[in-house]
Design a protein around this ligand. Sequence first.
Ligand code: ADP
Ligand code: MG
Length: 624
Amino acid sequence: MNFSVFALPEVFGPSWPKLAIIPNLMSTQIHILPENLANQIAAGEVVERPASVVKELIENSIDAAADEIFIDIEKGGKALVRVTDNGCGMSKDDAFLCLERHATSKVKSAEDLFALHTMGFRGEALPAIASVARLRLTTRAVDDEAGWQIYAEGGTVRQAETVGAPPGTVVEVRNLFFNTPGRRKFLRKDETEFSHIAENVTRLALSRPDIHFRLTHNGRTYLEAYRHNRLEERASALLGRNLFKDMLPVEAEAETGEMMVGLLGSPGLSRSATNYIYTYVNGRFVRDRVVQHAILDAYRTMLEKRRYPVAVLFIDMPPEMVDVNVHPTKHEVRFRNRQQVHDFITTTVRQRLQQVDLAGTKRPELSYESSAPTALPVVPNPLQRDYRERIQESLAAFNEKVDTVQASSPLVATIKGEAFRWSESAQSTAQMPDGWRLIGQYLNSYLLCQAGEDLVLIDQHAAHERIGFERLRKELEVNRIESQSLLFPLVLEVDHREASVLTTHLNNFARLGFEIDAFGGRSFTVKAVPQLLVDVDTERLVRDVAAELNEIGRAGSLDAEIERVLSVMACHAMVRANQALSQMEMQQLIVDLAAIDFGSCCPHGRPVMRRLSRRDVEKFFHRV
Ligand code: ADP
Ligand code: MG
């Protein structure tokens, strides 16, 4: 690519100068906007916050064929955004020209617009950024002896000199919006602004495993992703190794021209929000409704309600099939044939997931080291396993252990006796409320009871959820939720978003019965969880609670939203529908339910029980 910058022909942009040659047509009020003001207006569109600066600068570095891009941030980007690359750099002339509006090296003619291979092309970003900040550009073209450094304030060049510099470009943007206080006011806390930056870096870095990215904040390295050929390595560096273990490579090509490569999360990896779906069209990150809908459609039968998959997908198609030039910052595209693209995505994703479903049952062990795509079985989601089965298994394992050492240790024998007595006493406490009688279980999902003369149906899942919820709420009321240490603390490696939520809400987690330590960087150790929830998938639990706390935000108080958080937690602990329960378990459920407000709903608002009076039943049979 030829990297000399020139001014775009006017067909590409609003043509202020053209107006200038028709003077005094009427006694007109129209006047030409000063260049700087025009840039500031453009900045209104392109530069929303520090994260947008970061995105534009990284895209320029990518376009300059850099394979090393370092991003240094201070104070959430309000004090400094610096992007350093080892790309092609700029000659002296280009260095000056690139701060001019509509100066770009990337598009020369209308035809070029349809076959874009670069991230940027409008020639708007640098002048727009420069107009609302203090910008220092240091650049040296590979073949030049020396580099150039240009310093501009609010878009006006104040200083320019030749300097010694390595090939490549450094753009430093300080004091963003220093000259537009109205916009500066809208910036959020440093942490929030930084998390937007980290998200943008993640999106871009996922799409280019061949580029070494490093992101620092206030001098600390926050994210580092070394050059790799494989998307898998990049995804695991950015999204966490735990996550990557359950990702399944996908690759497909349609006769109609669409192609897809990427990684699909197993259904067990599901999240409570859609923001773990990273999609790209022709190399650009998009948040497109058609694409998103198609993916969710493919996963639909495999995920519970309100659960969303994890995915990193690159969809490519010939440029004439899609318009990526819809809006400079909105992540939307326009497909020429939406239905066709939608079907391609849904079919490909669904087929791939189904293949694994079969492979997964055959080969449950996990071996992503053997990199053939089909050798990636999905790990069964522990939560989908029968709850009781797990408890029984661990009890059996416990008793077995006890048996093996029993002969030599009288103490262990006592422990075993203790455990046994515990379950006995649990049985004896299951006293049904007055006038209640258990009839049985229907479809492994509903309990049937007689209460006085009424026929009562109880949704066992909803009931369990309600009970857990009330228990947590009561514990929280008296002080804080009873917690229990994990035998093996869980080391969680999370992505930047979760890291920032966890850090912000560590005290709230503590109130909720968790003990979580920041381990440094994006690692955390979970040492204890609420007692009620020791048996559940800890990782998923912590992530879901984090997502919920994130909704509350940084300023919001936990108390106002406590019900929502508790209901998410309760949801984890509970027996699912479709589970055979023993007589004793059913009775215990009814007893527990009776201890709380009997007529209530599950925390999601679904009814827990329905009553049919004798009269209702008799009416069925035309007896009244
Ligand atoms: P666009 O990217 O749309 O062309 P920009 O305002 O972002 O517009 O950049 C203007 C021009 O400056 C680019 O076309 C490119 O030629 C040059 N440029 C910007 N950043 C870099 C960089 N990091 N390395 C080399 N050239 C750059
Ligand atoms: Mg650009």
